[in-house]
Design a protein around this ligand. Structure first.
Ligand code: SF4
Length: 365
């Protein structure tokens, strides 16, 4: 659809929303225009449109995930945002691989709270074939057998197709492996492995039929262009879940003095990710409590459809009960029947939509 003459920002935002709902994928220029919006009036329009796009593709369902920190601290990598890197002097717990009982406790708690998935998370460079992988696969098999939560994992780089296949055979459904930032910005926050290494891991996982959870972290000093490129890259790799973490500067890490992003910039970024990735689960992960404070509930109005609940790897979150109350207050339902991500396929209801979405067309501009 061409851009009419003298179209206002508000009209352009609403037209873009209609086009996304009708099935259009935004190109880089269109996406970048959204990421560069500045005025609060434009951003409020964008949030309203992102909310409609979320509602169109996701209804009122919100996907909840939690994590078990299976191996903590002392990581060999030098990610500047991470308190678990052995390169920095951040106060972070250190322990070896997790036993069966804590995982059982985590899945039981997940089931009680309507949390869809529990991810085993390890702070190390990555996984090779051997006893550690066998132990992880035992935990995944146990999680798959008890059926209380979808078994997910985030275990760093993997070095072969065989490793991915072993994880898949154990019952792993989804693997978290963030691209973290744009290809351009990546060397600014990590030099011990590359963006290409991460893409290779994602390729092994996809070949094995494992779903991909991949997003990044904002607030590291990256530009809006970098955020836009990240949103496009996670679309290109076919991520099913797109976590957005907001930097929580941890003392002792190189980013300890980073200026926090303004809450409206964070909400705008979430909205842009929704418009670039309309069918994906846009998940708000680490850093929301400290960065958004009283505006946390606005993440759904900005287009988020998933939430990491419980405590994060190195920082505390608000209690799960408070998150569940927030969803109830907003008329949203925790959705815990999303093993197949069926709403992300081409056969979803956008295929039969009219070219012009009535609600957006009728909205004042
Ligand atoms: S982000 Fe992951 S790979 Fe990087 S230092 Fe932290 S635990 Fe290690």
């Amino acid at each position: 659809m061409s851009r009419p003459n003298k179209e206002s920002n508000s009209e352009r935002i609403r037209r873009t929303g209609r086009e996304v709902i009708a099935g259009k994928l935004l190109d880089r220029e269109e996406a970048l225009w959204l990421f560069r919006l500045e005025s609060s009036a434009d951003i409020m329009d964008l949030l309203s449109v992102a909310n409609r796009v979320r509602e169109h593709f996701k209804g009122n369902k919100i996907h909840l995930c939690s994590i078990v920190n299976a191996k903590a601290g002392g990581c060999s990598e030098n990610c500047k945002f991470c308190a678990q890197s052995g390169a920095w002097q951040a106060a972070s717990p250190q322990y070896g691989f997790v036993d069966r009982e804590p995982v059982e406790e985590a899945t039981a708690e997940a089931e009680r709270n309507g949390v869809t998935a529990v991810g085993l998370v390890a702070a190390w460079k990555g996984l090779k074939k051997g006893p550690k992988l066998d132990e992880i696969c035992d935990r995944i098999r146990e999680m798959a057998a008890d059926g209380k939560a979808r078994p997910d994992a985030s275990l760093g780089l993997i070095d072969s197709q065989e490793v991915a296949q072993q994880l898949k055979d154990a019952g792993l459904e989804c693997y978290g492996h963030n691209l973290e930032s744009s290809r351009n910005f990546f060397p600014n926050h990590c030099t011990t492995h590359s963006y290409e290494d991460r893409l290779q891991t994602i390729a092994y996982l996809k070949n094995a039929g494992i779903k991909i959870c991949s997003g990044g972290i904002i607030g590291m000093g990256e530009t809006r262009e970098d955020r836009c490129d990240l949103a496009l890259s996670v679309r290109d790799i076919g991520a099913h879940v797109v976590p957005i973490n907001i930097l929580n500067p941890i003392p002792g890490t190189p980013y300890e003095n980073n200026e926090p992003l303004p809450p409206f910039e964070i909400l705008k970024t979430i909205a842009c990710f929704r418009l670039v990735n309309p069918r994906k689960e846009i998940m708000i992960a680490g850093g929301r409590t400290v960065n958004l404070r009283d505006l946390q509930s606005m993440v759904f109005m900005a287009g988020a459809s998933a939430l990491m609940v419980g405590n994060y790897l190195t920082t505390l979150n608000q209690p799960v009960e408070k998150d569940l109350q927030m969803l109830t207050d907003l008329g949203l339902d925790p959705d815990w029947d999303r093993h197949g991500f069926a709403d992300q396929t081409e056969s979803d209801r956008s295929a039969s939509l009219p070219a012009r979405e009535p609600d957006l067309a009728a909205a004042p501009t």
